[in-house]
Design a binder for this molecule. Structure first.
Ligand code: FES
Ligand code: MG
Length: 581
């Protein structure tokens, strides 16, 4: 061992025997011995994200036992501690509010306690970026352990996937095909076991990307939560973190620009969530890696979709695991030279060494590169007089959507139409079925007041369902544009994450119902078709009225975060936190 253990400053500091005694005594009080704490045994934190409030991650309470056994067997001492809960489905007003709060709390814990390394227990959407961001800031040896997806959901012989089934069940309810009891039964069928969402939503995306970044053991992301392999990889993770401390292998060695570019390519191939650019941008900024949003289009747009999981495809988490998970995806991408093969991982080996020979076992679930589900599966980065940036997944545009909006033979990749504007999700729910809005199959629905400041944390509400009368006519999706986010389990072709948001002075605040808006998929532009003079007039009027109005904060954290959070384009991080590294 070359470098003295960080925890020695607490438990065995010859320069400060008084404080050593003080630091030491309380950690003895539950049975640890001086021999354990004062020998050169690395102290390994287990950052525990599971709790009764966080059912997606709750199985980590069980997995922690195998983690501890691995840590102990490799010569370490485990110290488990709680991370501020972030439950995607349970937290009001939105779990997006809590990512940065959990980040802050974890930074303080990792910095301020006698930890030589940490296992990050990741899972539900924001737990993964929150934990990785904190590890990047404090930069002590860290390894991520995914809790794994739930088993496949089934209903009457068909796979029912988390989240994705909700969008479908809502439409069935609106169309009168099922009643409320049937609605609940259908939705609940998608959650058959412990674990996180079994679709390619934000959780499977972020756990896959943590592995693609090199921050978790190869093949570990896709293992379903209840499988024996999940507990086995928990044990292996415990063994490995102790070795990482001895090797002084830190996040800054792994989270390089090459690793992020690998993650962007993998995100396209897996059909990853539109939340991924937000979280990876945030992580890159805390890791001090340059990763402008445009990188997603430059490096990711033309990568094909290889993973056939809902919402873009057919299958679910168990199938993804049996097909080979992330290593099989990386292997396919490596064959075409799309992976930076030298990127280092937590194994101490490169991603290429980890994934060599990992061919797909189920070629319909993880497709070979030359037989993809779709081409150009990445994101287009939009800009225009409505916003500086927003993203869209072109590959989810359905033929029916294309026919309605993109049928002008002279200009097949552009459309324009009248805007109907909603200020926040409550306004949308109150008014969407109001016939006075005159929504037709060519209307563009706008959602604003849903960004990091307007709806603190940014709500997943941009994928708006059409009014019930249109759904009954078979129109299941309208063009949706907004300054909020959308769930990774939604297959909607929205233009979202628009920055700056209305509440931060973005031009989307100047849009009025009835304005015509033009979207051009060739150039990635989105513009209100009014003159600059008219825009200026509206700006002056809005400024005179005190700016775009949004609801008051309900908690201290909402107010604090609103004062220092950035926009979705730049990761919606706490801006003052970036300089710490
Ligand atoms: Fe937690 Fe989807 S709601 S993983
Ligand atoms: Mg979500």
């Amino acid at each position: 061992m070359t470098k003295p253990l960080r925890s020695r400053a607490w438990f065995n500091n010859p320069d400060n025997p008084d404080m050593t005694a003080l630091y030491l005594e309380r950690y003895l009080n539950y049975g640890l011995t001086r021999r354990e704490l004062q020998s050169d045994k690395p102290i390994i934190g287990i950052a525990q994200t599971g709790s009764d409030l966080s059912p997606c991650n709750r199985h980590h309470l069980v997995l922690a036992e195998r983690l501890r056994e691995g840590i102990r067997e490799a010569g370490g001492i485990a110290m488990e501690f709680p991370v501020h809960p972030i439950q995607e489905t349970g937290k009001r007003p939105t779990a997006g509010l809590d990512r940065n709060l959990a980040y802050l709390g974890l930074v303080e814990t990792l910095y301020g306690y006698p930890l030589d390394g940490v296992v990050l227990t990741i899972g539900c959407d924001k737990t993964t970026p929150a934990c990785l961001m904190a590890a990047a800031t404090v930069d002590i040896p860290a390894i991520a352990l995914s809790v794994g997806p739930m088993l496949n959901g089934w209903h009457r012989g068909e796979r029912t996937g988390s989240g994705t089934i909700i969008w479908k069940a809502r439409q069935m309810l609106a169309a009168g095909e099922i009643d409320y009891e049937g609605f609940i039964e259908l939705v609940a069928s998608s959650a058959p076991s412990v674990g996180y969402c079994n679709t390619m939503g934000t959780a499977t995306t972020m756990n896959s990307l943590a592995e693609a970044l090199g921050m978790s053991l190869p093949g570990s992301a896709a293992i379903p939560a209840p499988y024996r392999e999940r507990a086995q990889v928990a044990y292996e993770t415990g063994l490995r973190i102790v070795e990482m401390v001895k090797e002084d292998l830190k996040p800054s060695d792994i989270l390089t620009r090459e690793a992020f570019l690998n993650a962007i390519v993998v995100n396209s191939a897996i059909g990853g969530s539109t939340n991924a650019p937000i979280h990876l941008t945030a992580l890159a900024r805390h890791a001090h890696v340059d990763l402008p949003l445009q990188d997603w289009q430059t490096h990711g747009l033309h990568v094909p979709l290889l993973v056939n999981l809902q919402p873009a495809g057919t299958y679910l988490g168990e199938d993804y695991f049996h097909a080979g998970g992330v290593p099989a995806v990386v292997h396919e991408l490596m064959q075409k030279g799309l992976i930076h093969e030298g990127a280092l991982t937590v194994t101490g080996k490169t991603i290429a060494e980890n994934c060599a020979g990992q061919t797909t076992h189920l070629p319909d679930v993880i497709r070979p590169f030359d037989a993809p589900l779709k081409t150009d599966a990445g994101f287009v980065v939009f800009s225009g007089n409505l916003f500086n940036s927003a993203i869209m997944k072109l590959s989810v545009i359905s033929p029916e959507f294309r026919e309605r909006y993109l049928s002008d033979p002279a200009d097949p990749n552009a459309f324009e139409g009248p805007a109907v504007v909603f200020d926040g999700p409550e306004d949308y729910h109150h008014r969407i079925d109001d016939p006075a809005l005159g929504i037709t199959e060519r209307t563009l629905l706008f959602m604003r007041g849903a960004g990091p400041i307007g709806y603190p944390g940014a709500a997943e509400v941009v994928n708006m369902q059409p009014p019930a009368y249109l759904i009954r006519q078979g129109v299941t999706a309208l063009a949706c544009i907004g300054d909020g986010r959308q769930s990774g389990t939604s297959g909607s072709a929205s233009i979202l994450n628009a920055s700056p948001e209305a509440a931060a002075g973005g031009n989307i605040a100047l849009l009025r119902t009835g304005d015509r808006v033009r979207i051009d998929l060739n150039t990635g532009s989105a513009d209100i078709l009014i003159s600059d003079a008219e825009l200026d007039q509206r700006r002056a009027a809005l400024d005179a009225a005190g700016g775009y109005a949004f609801p008051a904060s309900q908690t201290p954290w909402q107010e604090i975060q609103r004062g220092m959070v950035g926009q979705l384009e730049t990761g919606a991080v706490l801006e003052p936190a970036i300089k710490y590294h």
